[in-house]
Write a protein that binds this ligand. Sequence first.
Ligand code: GLN
Length: 293
Amino acid sequence: MSHGTHETIREALLWASRFFEEKGVRSPQFNAEVLLQHVLGIDRTKMLVRLQDAFPVEAREAFASVVQKRGEQVPLQHLTGVQEFYGRPFFVSGDVLIPRPETELLIERILQEKGSIDAPLIVDIGTGSGAIALTLALEWPAAQVVTVDISPDALAMARRNAENLGVADRVEFLQGDLVTPLIERGLRPDIVVSNPPYIPTADCETLDVEVRDHEPRLALDGGEDGLYPYRVICSALPALWPEQGPALVAYEVGINQDQAVEQMIRAVLPVGETGIVPDWQGIGRVIWGKRGE
Ligand code: GLN
C-alpha cells in the first residue's frame, strides 16, 4: 500500500476513509478520524480546525501502518489501545475482550442494589480488562471488589486499568478458573457478576473476522452449548453466597440463552426473584437472581 498522496489532514482522512470503504470496513469515515486523532495525538475538535493544515511528514508512516492494519480487520481498539466503558477509558489488547456497550446494562442492574445491600463484597468472574469490576468499584465506593480470571495476562491488564483509574487499593486480583479461587479462599461474595465466555464452540468460527481472529478465544468459547460457565457458577452459588442476607447474581448472556440461564438460577434459588433485562435490540442480555433477606 502506498502512503497515499495526502498533503493535508483532510486529504489524509479522505484517503484512509476510501481505503476502508474498499476493504469493507464498517464506518470508514469514523475509523479514519479515530486513527488520525490517535496518531497525531489530538482530539476531534483540534482535528477539525486543522483540516487544511499539512499532514506532518513524520507521522505518515505511523498513520499508513495503522490504516493498513485496520484494513486487515484488526480491531480499532487494538490500534488505539483503549475502549471507553461507562464513560471511562480502559486499556485493551488481544489478551482481553474489548468491553461492549451492552455490558453497561449489567452495571446498571447491579447499581440498583445500592439501597438494599450494604458495603457488599462483589466478585467479577472472568474480569478480562476489568471493565465491570472497576466500574462497580468506582460507582459504588462502599463496595469491596474481587476479580477472577484464568488468564494472567488479562489480570495484568485489569490491574493496569485499576491503577490508571485510581482504584487499585480496593480491588483484589485472583488467578484461577471460574469459582475455584473463591472457594479456595473461602470468600463469600454478596454479589456475583460475570460476563463469561458464552459463544457455543461451533459458532466461534462464524463470528466476525475482527472478533474471531483478534479477540481471545478464552473470553468467547463457552463450551458446546455456550452455557458451561453459567452451570459451574450457578451450582456453586449456594456455597458462595453468605449464609444470610440479601445476595445477588447477575450475568450477561448471549442470544437465546436468557431462559436457560434463568432456569439455572431458579434451580439454586428456591426462594427469591429472577429477571431478564433486554438490550436495545430486544435480546435478553442480563439475567439476574436475588435472594431476599
Ligand atoms: N459479546 C461478545 C461477542 O458477541 C461475546 C462476549 C462473551 O462471550 N462474553 O462477540
